[in-house]
Design a protein around this ligand. Structure first.
Ligand code: IPD
Length: 274
């Protein structure tokens, strides 16, 4: 049977928009309260925590049986468990380092999974007023205008998004540099927005051809996956083959061809699973 997500979508959209205003108001403040998480360059701010709490409270009030995987709840000890139950997967501020520096590329990334599959995906950058949305089978949108991937089929014609990540692990750094070294002479260019979700949004709207990263978590990519696939792109494992959402690895592309060509070039890194 088909699942009607109208009410879920209406409620989450309102909550996301109002939490986005909070992020926007706070972004230029020079006195953000910052704590360190998994490494000296992995931060959480009071805004991350407050936004996650507001989203979880608002959704729980509307849908008391729904489950959650939230970045900040998991880092304070909650389990990262994806079951068949309707589950909201939340990154309250993706691009926290950008937010800390008032670099205007941070967003709320929120997705609803049911039976372990994405039904709703929202990525909202309130600083630049970019609202990316998708619902299963209903297409992808930027500020209510339909978006599609660029359709590029050659890696050589591609703009590639990649990241430096929030870890200083030397092995991971080596792989990142190897991949930059290999790709620079083969593609149009490399970019890093500092937010996994916004990198994926760029692929979805045709502004970039691919994005890959080792070390992300499910909350960084959950909304982006649906927005990209609804826009006509693909999301796979960086070595090729099906995405494993808890493996902390992702490759998203404007076409299967670009995805396969990129996967073949990449040096691989396998972080510890979530
Ligand atoms: C991070 C950002 C960053 C990516 C990291 C993520 P956060 O998310 O998406 O671009 O490189 O892997 O952890 O911590 O800002 O929510």
């Amino acid at each position: 049977c088909t699942i009607n997500t109208d009410e879920f979508y209406k409620v989450v959209l309102e909550l996301t928009k109002s939490c986005g205003q909070l992020i926007k108001e706070r972004t230029s403040s020079r006195t953000k309260k910052i704590e360190i998480k998994s490494s000296a360059i992995d931060f959480v701010t009071e805004t991350d925590q407050e936004v996650e709490q507001l989203l979880v409270e608002g959704l729980t009030e509307a849908f008391p049986t729904h489950k959650f995987i939230g970045e900040e709840s998991v880092s304070s000890g909650a389990q990262c468990l994806l079951t068949d139950a309707p589950t909201w997967i939340i990154d309250p501020v993706d691009g926290t380092m950008n937010f800390v520096h008032s670099f205007p590329h941070s967003c709320i990334s929120i997705a609803l999974f049911i039976n372990k599959l994405p039904y709703i995906g929202i990525i909202y950058n309130p600083m630049l007023n970019q609202l990316f949305t998708a619902r299963k089978g209903m297409g992808a949108y930027l500020n209510e205008e339909k978006i599609t991937v660029s359709g590029t089929k050659n890696l050589a014609d591609s703009l590639i998004m990649m990241e430096f990540g929030t870890s200083r692990d030397p092995e991971r750094r080596k792989v990142i540099l190897e991949n930059q070294h290999k790709l620079i002479p083969q593609v149009h260019g490399l970019r890093a927005l500092g937010s996994a979700a916004l990198n994926m949004a760029m692929v979805a709207c045709g502004a970039a051809e691919a994005y890959f990263e080792f070390g992300i978590h499910i909350w960084d990519i959950a909304a982006g996956e649906l927005i990209i696939t609804e826009a006509g792109g693909v999301v796979i494992d960086p070595a090729g083959g099906e995405i494993d959402r808890l493996s902390r690895r992702v490759l998203a592309a404007s076409s299967q061809e670009v995805a396969d060509q990129l996967a073949k070039e990449l040096s691989q890194f396998y972080p510890e699973r979530d």
